[in-house]
Design a protein around this ligand. Sequence first.
Ligand code: OXD
Length: 309
Amino acid sequence: MAIVIIRQDGKTEEWKEALSQSAPNTGIYSYLEDHPREEITMALVWKHPKGALCNYPNLQCIASFGAGVDFIFEDTERPKHVPITRVVDPKLTSDMSEFVIGQILGYLKNFNRYKLDQVKGTWDPLPYRRIEDVTVGIMGVGALGKRLSIDLNKLNFNVLGFTNSTKRIKGISIFSGEGKRREFLSRTDILVCLLPLTGKTTGILNRRLFAELPRGAYIINVARGGHLVDEDLLEMIESGHLSGASLDVFHSEPLPPGHPFWGHEKIQITPHVASVSDIPSVTPQILENYEKLQAGLPLLNPVSLEKGY
Ligand code: OXD
């Protein structure tokens, strides 16, 4: 039994070193080096090249290096019966929460606008809003959304959550199911998308949904670029229905040169940095899952192959 790491960014060696240090007797390989393909039982993946998972006849687990697994389901050539796991990690959840809180406060206090004014040499004090003036609606209250809702609540924000399942979070009004979506949206001033990307949620941030938000609403997308219909966002900002957006994720990353989001005064972009798997924090759960796999025990953080998250 052995592990293969399949990722195309520059982090393979760092992960391999951390995993090998914690489990010196385990075979851990990069997919780019010579490795015994029949021995591989666990593939650790992050945006792997499509089809790469077909090379392992004895694969028993496909483990995402991050919280998202959409890129695994997008690989239609992957062995479909192999269980998939994802990362649920306290640092990943708190990092996301801190990032979104930062974006919300920056929006309420006009920080982005003042940065633009500074570059232009403009002194233009604007009215600001307070925490008590706005309601934050979070679409998707899984591990990340739940933590964010609790942290926002502690800061005295009015917080609403939307989910298609039945979840309860102390102190948070949860709207469950499609029938409750309209009410959730009509009460939301700042909409945070933390949904998993699946066939059902692709393009969910569209003109129809935006129209159900109050005039002047603000969008924060920290989930996946595929949730957003870019043209609809631009159109709704242009018409004044939306006041702007903060986007950390895009259909294509890096955001292609010439895309209208670059240079848009009401859209703040960041390069997919809201929350990134922390190697020392995540390494133990990967190795624990590998041990469970060897022992035939149920895996940590399994993903539903049916639902896709
Ligand atoms: C993740 C991400 O899913 O970094 O973990 O987007």
